[in-house]
Design a protein around this ligand. Structure first.
Ligand SMILES: *[C@@H]1O[C@H](CO)[C@@H](O)[C@H](O)[C@H]1NC(C)=O
Ligand SMILES: CC(=O)N[C@H]1CO[C@H](CO)[C@@H](O)[C@@H]1O
Length: 243
């Protein structure tokens, strides 16, 4: 009896394993490729102007995960230092200061950028802070996320989508409404990420906007280290697979 159950289980498992890769499939590696695994950082100024990408790149290199290429038409920041030492990293990204998710959808920007960088294997997203600051409603932001996700899947159905919850912002900067808006958007994003079986990075919990940002919004060195540390296990797993 036990044996039969085990055999049945094994049969089921091999069926699951034999299925072609599905959108949002968590625990498989990106299909083996001769060239490098292409990873697009996507968002607004927190993606464009801060050093978490540099620290993430360094952590991956230090862990001998070197078969990667960060992609995108943007290139920066010009330099990043960590504990006083300069960090070398791949600066390519699609972070655009001031950008909103709803604008990206209207402009068709992401589709153009994905086309230019094709194939994108993994996308890392931190996006929506400016939508909240400009008082876009949460349902409208989530609708934009829906459209962006369909654009990613159209570009590469096997694309692994990593979505970061938004880091908090100081109410001194844009008022309590914006600070609370980030919390509401994160709650909606948690549901959306889980509904769509995407990979989540929690960059909210434990992030302190007083000590970890330069002015209440953009991560300083400490905040960028925090973000890199939180992206790292999720990105590494997406690259390598395994559970
Ligand atoms: C997005 O696309 C629109 C339409 O082409 C363009 O006007 C806008 O500048 C683009 N946004 C960014 C951040 O590149
Ligand atoms: C403290 C905290 O929130 N940790 C979470 C950070 O993000 C990773 C990836 O989503 C989670 O696994 C941690 O629990």
């Amino acid at each position: 009896m036990k044996f039969t159950i085990l055999a049945t289980l094994c049969g089921l498992l091999s069926l699951v394993a034999a299925r072609p890769s599905q959108p949002g499939y968590h625990n498989t590696a990106v299909s083996p490729r001769a060239d490098k695994i292409r990873i697009m950082p996507f968002g607004a100024s927190i993606v464009e102007n801060t050093c978490w990408r540099a620290y993430l790149w360094k952590k991956l290199q230090d862990a001998k995960v070197t078969n990667i290429d960060f992609v995108g038409g943007q290139s920066g920041p010009a330099s990043c230092t960590l504990n006083g030492a300069s960090v070398s990293f791949d600066p390519n990204n699609e972070g655009h200061g001031g950008a909103r998710a709803v604008e990206y959808v209207q402009g068709g920007n992401l589709t153009r950028w994905l086309d230019a960088a094709k194939p994108v294997d993994i996308i890392m997203i931190h996006l929506g802070t400016n939508d909240v600051i400009t008082k876009t409603s949460i349902p409208d932001i989530i609708k934009a996320y829906d459209t962006l996700l369909s654009q990613m899947k159209a570009s590469n159905p096997a694309m692994k989508v990593i979505v970061s919850l938004l880091i908090p912002i100081d109410p001194k900067l844009f008022g309590q409404g914006a600070t609370d808006g980030i919390i509401s958007l994160n709650a909606a994003l948690r549901d959306w990420i889980s509904k769509n079986k995407l990979l989540q990075v929690d960059n909210y919990t434990g992030f302190d906007y007083v000590t970890m940002t330069t002015e209440g919004e953009h991560p300083n060195e400490k905040g960028s280290v925090f973000m890199a540390d939180h992206f790292y296990p999720v990105v590494k797993k997406a690259i390598e697979g395994g559970s």
